[in-house]
Design a protein around this ligand. Structure first.
Ligand code: FAD
Length: 488
């Protein structure tokens, strides 16, 4: 088989590349090892209950991405009001913080201690007593003070990553919580957030979940003459010097060799390197072995209750619970639940393949999730959970540990020597990207094939990613998108 462009993976990045190509008259093949599209942004279905691999909000500051989303789904987005809280030591804290709720939960003494520890951090900073933060712990303590760090950041972050906060690079904090400060959080809590910038209070969501976006995208690629082939795993990537000649695709017992002029890969970068034939030099393979991932599993519970709690999701900071976050998919979209008298909760567990939690049977996991849901005072009584299902997600998170940057640099230098291979997306570049930045790298890869010159590694996930958008920016972006709807 010969194509102009072959794309590995039908997650957001791979399908974005496919769609951008067919729009420009180039007919690619997209090869996906799973039996459904969407990658980590897929929507799973169990007995009519739909749920995400973690709730997926559609939020971006990249206009091309927003336009892409509207082009694909048009009016099938709903606007979902955001409500999320933090559960810590038996109490629910509004998130973003509400001053009175936080004060009444923490109590006067604790609140004063938090303020003092914050002032201590700020004074140390002013006197230049704090060295440049290297770890997540340094970064957060520098911004918020030690007490607040212990209550609102340490336990949850350690659940997510499975490593102590002083082993996580400051990059991650800078990327995810940049621009937030206690001062601003308190000002927002007292005066509301309209004075400057605001945390988004509403987000877009496809009425049937994110998988809907990617299923539709696949249909559109196929309608325009492109190919999206599921259940097909790339097992070998044949190279001649610094050119990829072909890839070997395995579908059941059948093996096909696919030749192309250009290759775009969104499969995990470590797996890609190990598929190269001949293999890359030993130092590159060594670097690939150094990159780590965090895995994830979700236990979806069907609960015989029409309403449980109003939040879209709740963060569970208390270390005595294994669950890290709880989604209420009905509060994302009513259409996610086939029976309106029931609720579907997504109990999210952060884990690593092979660890104690990962190895538990599905029945054991459903039992743990059920017991935790009951103990968390969410209004669930014993006997309310009527069914459950477990979905395991490998490589949900690329880990930013102390060594990842130097390993990635070795790999990046090696891959940049290839003439016709581009890696895109989240695991494709080992970047903690959301859909939008994963998609943006794919858009730029297509533009490169069409003769432009973009450095995909420069797609800057570090630039202010936190969910802040001035009201004017938000309105202008929406207006621009409404005006620029392009019919496919
Ligand atoms: C818990 C959680 C919550 C998230 N929440 C949000 C959110 O609210 N908003 C948001 O925008 N983003 C969110 N994200 C991030 C989002 O899921 C990713 O950014 C996005 O899915 C990355 O797209 P991708 O195409 O790069 O990779 P993936 O989604 O990983 O897709 C890669 C595809 O490649 C396929 N593949 C792998 N190996 C092979 C092979 N050998 N051969 C063929 N195919 C292969 C995989 O099966 C997969 O389908 C979240 C992620 C997680 C884990």
């Amino acid at each position: 088989m010969r194509y102009h462009v072959a794309i590995i993976g039908a997650g957001p990045a791979g399908l974005t590349a496919g769609y951008e190509l067919v729009k420009r008259g180039v007919l690619p093949i997209v090869l996906e090892k799973a039996n459904l599209v969407g990658g980590i942004s897929r929507t799973e279905t169990y007995k009519g209950y739909r749920f995400d691999i973690g709730g997926h909000r559609f939020f971006t500051k990249v206009p091309q991405v927003q336009q892409f989303w509207y082009e694909i789904l048009q009016d099938e987005f709903i606007q979902v009001p955001r409500l999320s809280r933090i559960y810590y030591q038996g109490k629910f804290y509004s998130y973003p913080l509400s001053l009175f709720n936080a004060l009444s939960n923490l109590g006067a003494v604790n609140s004063v201690l938090i303020l003092l520890s914050y002032l201590k951090a700020k004074i140390r900073d002013k006197l230049n007593l704090t060295p440049e933060p290297e770890t997540f712990e340094d970064w957060v303590i520098g911004c918020f003070g030690e007490r607040l760090y212990r209550i609102f950041f340490k336990t949850y972050t350690e659940k997510v990553w499975g490593i102590p906060c002083n082993k996580i690079q400051a990059d991650w904090a800078a990327q995810r919580i940049q621009g937030m400060s206690l001062k601003r959080a308190v000002l927002n809590a007292v005066f509301g957030s309209q004075n400057a910038k605001s945390l988004i209070k509403e987000f877009d969501y496809p009425v049937l979940g994110p998988g809907m976006m990617w299923e539709r995208c696949k249909e559109l690629i196929e309608q325009q003459g492109g190919t999206v082939q599921l259940d097909t795993s790339i097992t070998r990537i044949e190279r001649q010097g610094n050119r990829i000649k072909s890839i070997t695709a395995q579908q059941g017992d059948q093996t096909t060799q696919i030749f192309a002029d250009h290759f775009i890969s969104s499969m995990p970068i470590t797996a890609l390197l190990n598929c190269l034939d001949p293999l890359p030099p030993p130092e590159v393979l060594q670097a690939a072995r150094g990159l780590k991932y965090r895995d994830f599993l979700i236990v979806a519970l069907v609960v015989k209750r029409e309403h449980l709690f109003p939040d879209n999701w709740i963060y569970i900071h208390s270390p005595e619970f294994k669950v890290g976050r709880i989604q209420n998919f009905k509060n994302w979209s009513m259409a996610m639940v086939p029976d309106p008298s029931k609720t579907c909760l997504g109990m999210e567990y952060f884990c690593s393949e092979g660890d104690e939690l990962w190895q538990k049977s599905d029945a054991e996991l459903i039992e743990i999730a059920t017991q935790e849901a009951i103990s968390l005072k969410l209004g669930i009584q014993p006997g309310d959970v009527e069914d459950g299902v477990v979905i395991r997600q490998h490589k949900a998170y690329p880990v930013y540990d102390g060594e990842y940057r130097q390993h990635l640099q070795v790999i990046q230098d090696y891959l940049s020597t290839f003439e016709n291979l581009q890696t895109v997306g989240r695991n494709g570049m080992h970047r903690y990207n959301n859909q939008d930045h994963s998609m943006l790298t794919a858009m730029l890869a297509v533009q490169n094939i069409l003769g432009e010159k973009h450095d995909l590694w420069a797609v800057n996930t570090e630039r202010s990613y936190h969910e802040e958008f001035t009201k004017e920016q938000w309105t202008t972006a929406k207006q621009q998108l409404a005006e620029s709807q392009v019919a496919v």
